[in-house]
Design a protein around this ligand. Structure first.
Ligand code: ADP
Length: 432
């Protein structure tokens, strides 16, 4: 299930970013290619302007000048006198001559199609006499690709006609190379994105998966804990049916005891599930912590005495500021800590409940000299249903107390920690 969701999320993440990237690349290519064509056409028009000015100033058009111009700008020149090609166009190389001939006729056809037969464009050709004029346009030769062309007409009745052609092959090659570069860059980026998305979604899913695993463990542990008292209740009820009146009272006592255990466990589980679903609320109000601790001390002192444990309390002499806290919940935390301390401290032991105030923080601690907690267990005792091996047999302990205490302290914005008591035992400290 996890792998499937991970794969799908990766695909979604990488897919969306790849689509955005491809669309952006296409937009960029479109704008950049249009710009390249525009620039090329403008530079062609500029060259034609210069050529026309030069031609106007010359009385004779020499073959050298034409060859020089062709070599300089990668242009093809055709000179027509009253529609008849000049000597310059009569080349010996028959292949080149036929190429030139074909290009010339295609360029002139395109000119006619564009400016002569199209009524909307006829107006661009001046009707009256002129020194010279020129028109630039684009045409595609059937065999030799796209060209920019210019028709320059000079003299009375346009007797001299010069056609200049510029091939777009190198520009198209440049554009082709740019497209290939973009495809390669996009492919590499998509690959990187996929790898990144795999790790990114994995990191995102990790807490969800861990949480789900915790929930599963929680349900399994809860079912396990509920099974034992329920089995005891069932067998006590069975025995109760056939027992005489005296024995029945004993069985009923067992049933009552186990029901109390189950109800305590259910209450604990409800508290934790409320905390998980964020329904767990605290109602902070200014309280006097020393009074709260004193009340807890008075509640637990008889219990400690019963177990032959000396429970003491140390409160600061000076008056403390009021602490914003939920008195019910905070009493629950102290009760959990004191209950644990009494449970895990053997007879003749000592427990000390104390309160201090340092740098705007209240420190509540429960120190015992009991069995202590190993380094390994210290990391786990705040986990749900965790009980150290030595305390497994302790009845009425489900391993939920400290997790409830830490949820309550966290809801108050405080912290809870455990350390070893000097000489043995454990000390739990709550900082608010
Ligand atoms: P439990 O209901 O089992 O006490 P807790 O969550 O309160 O559950 O405590 C978890 C475990 O931490 C206990 O099972 C016990 O092993 C250990 N523990 C807690 N308090 C003490 C203590 N004061 N001394 C020694 N061990 C303790």
């Amino acid at each position: 299930m996890y792998n499937k969701v991970h794969r799908r999320l990766t695909l979604l993440c990488a897919g969306i970013t790849a689509v955005i990237m491809i669309v952006m690349s296409l937009c960029y290519l479109y704008v950049s290619e249009r710009g390249l064509y525009r620039n090329q056409f403008q530079s062609f028009q500029n060259d034609i302007n210069t050529i026309t000015t030069n031609l106007e100033q010359q009385s004779v058009i020499s073959m050298e000048w034409l060859s020089k111009m062709e070599a300089q700008g990668n242009y093809l020149f055709f000179v027509l006198d009253n529609g008849v090609p000049f000597l310059y166009n009569q080349l010996n190389d028959s292949q080149e001559a036929s190429l030139r001939k074909q290009l010339l006729s295609e360029a002139l056809d395109a000119f006619d199609n564009l400016f002569i037969y199209d009524p909307s464009l006829q107006a661009v050709i001046p009707a009256t006499s002129y020194v010279s004029f020129h028109l630039e346009y684009e045409f595609v030769s059937s065999a030799h690709g796209a060209y920019y062309a210019s028709v320059i007409r000079m003299g009375q009745n346009a007797s001299l006609e010069i056609i200049v052609l510029s091939s777009l092959a190198s520009l198209e090659r440049q554009i082709q190379e740019q497209r290939i570069r973009f495809v390669l860059i996009d492919l590499a980026a998509i690959l990187l994105l996929s790898v990144f998305s795999w790790f990114f979604t994995g990191k995102l899913l990790k807490p969800i998966v861990e949480n789900q695993l915790k929930q599963v463990q929680f349900v399994a542990s809860a079912s396990h804990e509920l099974k034992t008292p329920l089995a005891v209740i069932l067998s006590a009820a069975e025995c109760c049916r056939n027992a005489d009146a005296d024995k029945q009272q004993d069985f009923l006592k067992i049933i009552r005891q186990e029901v109390r255990r189950v109800s305590a466990l259910v209450n604990d589980m409800l508290t934790l599930s409320q905390s998980d679903n964020h329904y767990f609320t605290i109602s902070p109000q200014p309280i006097e912590l020393d009074t709260l601790l004193m009340n807890s001390y008075e509640t637990f002192e008889p219990l400690a005495r019963d177990k032959d444990i000396a429970l003491s309390i140390h409160l600061p002499r000076e008056a403390l500021p009021a602490c914003p806290a939920d008195p019910e919940r905070l009493s629950q935390v102290i009760a959990i800590l004191l209950h644990n301390a009494i449970s895990y401290t053997p007879a003749h032991g000592a427990i000390d409940l104390s309160l201090s105030y340092e740098k705007n923080h209240f420190l509540l601690s429960v120190m015992d000299n009991g069995i202590g907690i190993s380094k390994e267990d210290k990391k786990k005792i705040f986990d749900r249903f965790y009980r150290a091996e030595r305390s497994r047999s302790t009845k009425g302990h489900f391993g939920l107390g400290l997790s409830i205490a830490s949820e309550i302290v966290r809801a108050h914005g405080g912290s809870i920690a455990v350390t070893d008591t000097r000489g043995g035992g454990s000390t739990f400290t709550v900082v608010l």
